[in-house]
Design a protein around this ligand. Structure first.
Ligand code: ATP
Ligand code: MG
Length: 258
């Protein structure tokens, strides 16, 4: 019994040392040997296959790769929307081990730390543009007035000042994506994860979104984007090529370690 307790204390000490090392090195996200499987009947798809990744504060990371490579699955894992297979991988975000966190604490953690821009927008269909942007602020306990003022500001910034009362189905794809981006920015999270945010959009929407990411980079946000957009790729500090659930190449363009 005593030996078990001692082993546990040693294990916790080791973990604390690892966390201190991550913080010292400005590491915002540390993923180790992540594995994620999808089970469909008797088939198993290994969507993420032993991925390790280090992301530092203020880095702009681009993940690119063919359809089905596992980009969305990887983003979901590193953003804490999904968990790796049991005992197959760990993820630390801001020094917190999120890979084995309970869903309830994870949801609170995400609310403050990460903003998500999904491949299919994921707006709430019964809420207006403005209400969609206010939603995460309401969850975080921001007052109604403050939340509305900020939602108006964000929507205006994204060129949607005249679309605040629209429901998602009354908006074009590009407009919906811009609402989704405003929502992701609502609680001013330090980390933004975006899944092909400019794919299949009209020119104007794509340009507004590209400029916004440029500004967010200048503000020092940590940004992780799955994209094939050349303009966004040009902003990258690191480009990760992803295929069949694996990182096949990492190109470091600038090093934020110094
Ligand atoms: N919910 C799911 N259930 C079963 N299989 C899934 C699920 N989600 C994804 N997959 C499978 O996992 C693999 C990776 O999918 P994922 O969506 O992560 O790829 P992707 O790189 O984002 O593709 P795309 O560029 O088309 O968005 C694919 O083979 C896909 O069919
Ligand atoms: Mg995808």
């Amino acid at each position: 019994m005593k030996q078990k307790e001692e082993e546990k204390i040693l294990e916790e000490d080791k973990e604390a040392d690892e966390i201190i090392a991550l913080m010292k090195d400005n590491i915002v996200i540390q993923a180790n040997n992540l594995v994620k499987d999808y089970h469909i009947g008797e088939y198993i798809v290994r969507a993420v296959d032993g991925v390790s990744l280090t992301i530092r504060d203020g880095e702009f990371i681009v993940i690119r790769g063919p359809s089905g490579a596992g980009k969305t699955t990887l983003l979901n894992l590193i953003g804490g929307l999904d968990s790796p297979e049991k005992d197959k991988g760990t993820i630390y975000e801001h020094g917190v081990k999120i890979s084995d966190m309970e869903e309830e604490s994870l949801a609170t953690f995400r609310l403050i730390n990460s903003g998500f821009i999904f491949q299919n927008y994921n707006l709430i269909s019964t809420l207006t543009a403005e209400e969609n942007v206010m939603f995460p602020m309401n969850l975080a306990g921001v007052t109604f007035k403050q939340a509305r003022d900020l939602a108006v500001k964000l929507l205006k910034r994204l060129g949607l000042g005249q679309r605040r009362e629209h429901l998602p189905f009354q908006l074009s794809a590009g407009e919906q994506q811009r609402v989704a981006i405003a929502r992701a920015m609502a609680n001013d999270p330090p980390v933004l994860l975006a899944d092909e945010p400019t794919a299949n959009l009209d020119k104007k929407s794509a340009e507004i979104i590209r400029d916004l990411f440029k500004d967010l980079k200048a503000l020092g946000k940590t940004i992780i984007i799955a994209t094939h957009d050349d303009y966004l790729i040009e902003l990258a500090d690191k480009i990760i090529d992803f295929e069949e659930g694996k990182i096949i190449n990492e190109e470091i363009i600038s090093n934020k370690k110094q």
